[in-house]
Design a protein around this ligand. Structure first.
Ligand code: OOG
Ligand code: MG
Length: 264
């Protein structure tokens, strides 16, 4: 890594302050075009360490840009991973304060909770399904800290993959995890359908996203794994939809459950 810890810390503080003060900033790669993948993840790790040091609990991990719809929407071509927090959790039926966010968008996802940890290399869909404790309907509220949601892959990795809030469905019907590629999802805003999708949009099968995460973390080094008993968001099935104060979001997962929340 060309950047020393102190410089990574400066970038991390800049990005985290943008989140905490809900201010849009310019991309990290505008200031530092030579940013490497390793440095981008190191900035994200540094943001995570800053939060943990303040008493924030890390509640899970997320994959991003795992669907073609999302890759096309953002103009990038590789999945990325980040982390989610206790203060990001919003109950099903709950409200999200617009004041705390910059320009949020919502996307329908599927969440996994494992019963035993997984770490690559060599993790595949079958290994994920065998290690799965449960799956849940989930919606992620992303909120890029970058102006107009414009970024490149390295900048969005440093920005913890735009992670902001998430909602987990409280009343899931049993649904076979192995069938998740057939899961149909409809996202409504104020009673109108604004996005639709099928589980296969996520790398062919949402479990493939968990496998990819385990393999990415395995490459990162010793001690990195997909933990058990934490929520893993597998990435948007639908493209992300912009929201405004007063909007109601309802997401229906066929034969699986639904969830709703609104912005105040
Ligand atoms: C990056 C985060 C993408 C997903 O589910 O694809 C993501 C972004 O689009 O801002 O969370
Ligand atoms: Mg997402």
């Amino acid at each position: 890594m060309a950047l020393d810890w102190k410089t990574l810390e400066v970038f991390a503080e800049h990005l985290e302050n943008a989140e905490l003060e809900r201010r849009a900033i310019t991309k990290i790669t505008d200031d530092y075009p030579d940013l490497s993948w390793e440095e981008a993840y190191a900035i994200q790790d540094c943001i995570r360490a800053r939060k943990v040091a303040r008493g924030v609990r890390i509640t899970g991990l997320k994959m991003g840009l795992t669907s073609l719809a999302k890759m096309r929407q953002m103009g990038v071509e590789d999945p990325i991973h980040g982390f989610i927090t206790d203060y990001g959790m919003v109950p099903d039926g709950g409200e999200i304060a617009m004041d705390a966010l910059i320009h949020p968008k919502v996307e329908a996802e599927v969440g996994f909770v494992l019963k035993r940890p997984l770490s690559g290399p060599g993790v595949d869909i079958d290994m994920v399904l065998a290690a799965t404790d449960r799956i849940v309907p989930a919606v992620e509220v992303i909120d890029s800290r970058y102006r107009d949601f414009k970024f490149d892959l390295k900048s969005v990795i440093a920005d913890n993959t735009s992670a902001a809030r998430y909602v987990v469905g409280s009343s899931a019907t049993p649904f076979a995890a192995s069938d998740l590629h057939r899961l149909n999802v409809v996202l409504e805003k104020n009673g109108s359908v604004v996005a639709e999708g099928v589980g296969a949009a996520v790398l062919g099968h949402p479990a493939a996203s968990v496998a990819m995460l385990a393999n990415m973390l395995g490459r990162k080094g010793e001690g990195w794994e997909v933990p058990a008993e934490t929520l893993i968001l597998t990435g948007g099935i639908t493209e992300a939809v912009s929201v405004a104060r007063g909007d109601w979001i309802d997401v229906r997962y066929k034969d699986f459950g639904s969830l709703s929340f609104h912005f105040v």
